[in-house]
Design a protein around this ligand. Structure first.
Ligand code: GDP
Length: 621
């Protein structure tokens, strides 16, 4: 049941197309007639994810474009050059085929290394990699256990599964790999780090409880990733179980069950009673077959770290998922900023193995340091290359860290909108109450800007969570909060990743804000970070200005910091610290517990008892 890829028309003739990315800016009217074309080199075969990375366009948009051309494909599916070229042309790129035999790294339109060109003839089917998603307590862990156990009998005696973060089962001599960290947070965290490990998502919905907030989140996260969803309607052994009610609820979230005329496979199961498990596994194989998952086993391995830890006796241990190629004991691998020569490998049954093919999870021993989950790895030819590449990555990270700010996700998005490279602004909308979601969503989706329109990828009520921020990173989205606030962890993550969280309490302003974003004109917002306070204990006249003799009570005061003068708890003046002295000496900063002198720009009325509050403005969006 392997659908043949329909043949598509070749891209339009090239004389119309410009071949460089440095197309001069054209007026909007001109560019509407003749969209600027960028040239991109594509290999003979590549996955949807790779095409998305190469064109720097979201996988969902690529999938949609494929659908418009009559090709149903999922994120990890391989498509051929002709198909990719048509889609690329639709999206404004002129595709050229990579020269034959060129198998080295392929790079995206902005020069990022994306992966390796694969020879289409060497691709072999590989097992699907499955993640279990769903609301808390709906039975994800129990289902993972049930699936694992369903297979123990089939494996050799004593085949007790180790906990290594993933395991494989065999059905009709076909393998399926399950990632053992259920939940959409882990799933999206991995995507936010640039790794796409999952091919199929199994969404667990408890039949007695129904679709709950995290079920909706999971659906949105899987959809944003372009991963096909199979629904396991769990707990059907319970008296209150009502699978039809679940199907009804799912249809409200655009998952229409097959037996209701849609194309979402739903499987009734009882994880606890171990019922329906083989039906679920069969369904996974069916969806996997449709997705035509393939990889080339005959090349140096690449893959992703699922888990890593430091073992006191064995040293750094990592569970990795091989995604392409074959990983072998003795291979040198570069992972994140570390590397190592593989001393030993163990499969999910704890058995020592020498080789691991695509989609196999293995525990590896021999890394010099503990990598992070979500880091990708590549096997290289020798230790020297491994060491060099690891150092190079470290250098790149240090250089990035010494930059004042990481490239802002939102800035990149706005720049892309301005350049006409993306036509949709992904938005995550969080509101105080569920009732406000719909009117705001409607107003936003009605906005029509010249260059782009809004695509709401997730809505929900409650505070802005870390998982929302991860989804925003992975999907290059902005987060809009209406009468709500972000959780502290979400703020930290958003700052580190450059995700924009815009908070509003007036719908009109919210809509106006998004309208600006659509025009690529959004101004950043700032928040204040208080650096310290100083108490004024004396006032001196130095030439024409009055200088405050202070004692720093907390934090620090730095020269050029923003400062306000508080009197009786109220700000009476706001300006900057222009001079800072410790005794007679000019200093850059004065820390808590020190005395010194402070001059405030333009303020002549400083008084004993005033408090000087120094603060810094930080960008938040
Ligand atoms: P998770 O939070 O989604 O991982 O949910 P768990 O797997 O921890 O399950 C939550 C609770 O539901 C546990 O008490 C399980 O025993 C129970 N449970 C899970 N599956 C079933 C089922 O099929 N039937 C019944 N009756 N209970 C189940």
């Amino acid at each position: 049941m392997s659908p043949k890829m329909p043949r598509l028309e070749k891209p339009r003739p090239t004389e119309e197309l410009t071949t460089t990315s440095s197309t001069p800016a054209t007026s909007a009217a001109e560019s509407a007639e003749k969209p600027p074309q960028k040239s991109v080199e594509l290999p003979k075969a590549l996955t949807v994810k790779q095409l998305s990375d190469l064109l720097e366009i979201s996988p969902v948009d690529i999938i949609k474009q494929l659908m418009r051309n009559g090709v149903m494909a999922s994120i990890n599916q391989i498509i051929d050059f002709d198909t990719a070229a048509v889609v690329a042309a639709d999206l404004g790129f002129e595709a050229k085929e990579l020269p034959k035999g060129k198998t080295e790294a392929i790079t995206s339109i902005s020069g990022k290394r994306v992966g390796f060109a694969e020879d289409i003839d060497s691709l072999k089917p590989r097992p699907p990699v499955v993640t279990i998603l769903g609301h808390v307590d709906h039975g994800k862990t129990t289902l993972l256990d049930a699936i694992r156990e369903s297979n123990v009998i089939a494996t050799e005696a004593g085949g007790i599964t180790q906990h290594i973060g993933a395991y494989q089962v065999e059905v009709h001599s076909q393998k399926i790999t399950f990632l053992d960290t259920p939940g959409h947070e882990a799933f999206t965290a991995m995507r936010a780090r640039g790794a796409q490990a999952t091919d199929i998502a199994v969404l667990v919905v408890a039949a007695d409880d129904g679709v709950m907030p995290q079920t909706v989140e999971a659906i949105d996260h899987a959809k944003a990733a372009g991963v096909p969803i199979i629904v396991a309607i769990n707990k059907i052994d319970k008296p209150g179980a009502n699978p039809d009610r679940i199907k009804q609820q799912l249809s409200d979230h655009s998952l229409l069950a097959e037996d209701w005329g849609g194309n979402t496979i739903t499987v009734p199961v009882s994880a606890k009673k171990r019922e329906g498990i083989s039906d679920l596994l069969e369904s996974i194989l069916l969806v996997a077959e449709m997705a035509e998952l393939k990889a080339n086993p005959n090349r140096p391995a690449t893959g992703v770290i699922l888990e890593a830890k430091l073992d006191t006796t064995k040293g750094p241990l990592a569970t990795v998922l091989v995604q392409s190629g074959t990983l072998e004991v003795g291979d040198c691998v570069v992972v994140g900023e570390t590397w190592g020569k593989l001393k030993a490998m163990f499969n999910d049954k704890g058995k020592r193995i020498k080789k691991a093919e695509p989609s196999t999870p293995v525990e590896i021993l021999g890394l010099n340091n503990v990598p992070q989950a979500g880091d990708t790895f590549v096997a290289v030819f020798n230790e020297r290359t491994a060491k060099e590449q690891a150092q190079e990555r470290q250098g790149a990270r240090e250089r990035a860290a010494s930059q004042p700010l990481k490239p802002r996700t939102m800035e990149q998005v706005l720049a892309q909108i301005r350049a006409g490279e993306i036509k949709e602004l992904n938005v995550i909308l969080k509101t105080d109450v569920q009732g406000s979601v719909e009117p705001i969503q409607n107003s936003l989706e009605r906005l029509e800007a010249e260059k782009a329109k809004v695509k709401i990828i997730h809505t929900g009520s409650g505070s802005v969570s870390e998982s929302d921020v991860l989804l925003a990173v992975a999907s290059k989205a902005m987060i809009i909060g209406f009468n709500t606030h972000p959780e502290p962890g979400a703020v930290r993550l958003a700052e580190a990743e450059g995700v924009s969280i815009r908070l509003h309490s007036i719908i009109y302003e919210l809509v106006e804000d998004v309208n600006k974003a659509l025009a690529g004109l959004l101004e950043p917002t700032f928040r204040e970070v208080i650096e310290g306070h100083a108490e004024v204990r004396a006032v001196f006249q130095v030439k024409k200005t009055r200088v405050a003799g202070v004692f720093v009570t907390d934090g620090k005061i730095t020269r050029d910091a923003s400062a306000r003068v508080l009197r009786g708890g109220k700000a009476v003046y706001a300006s900057t610290v222009t001079s800072l002295k410790h005794f007679k000496e000019d200093v850059k900063e004065l820390s808590s517990g020190f005395e010194g002198g402070i001059g405030i720009e333009g303020f002549g009325d400083i008084q004993v008892g005033d408090i000087i509050e120094a603060y810094r403005k930080e960008r938040v969006g």
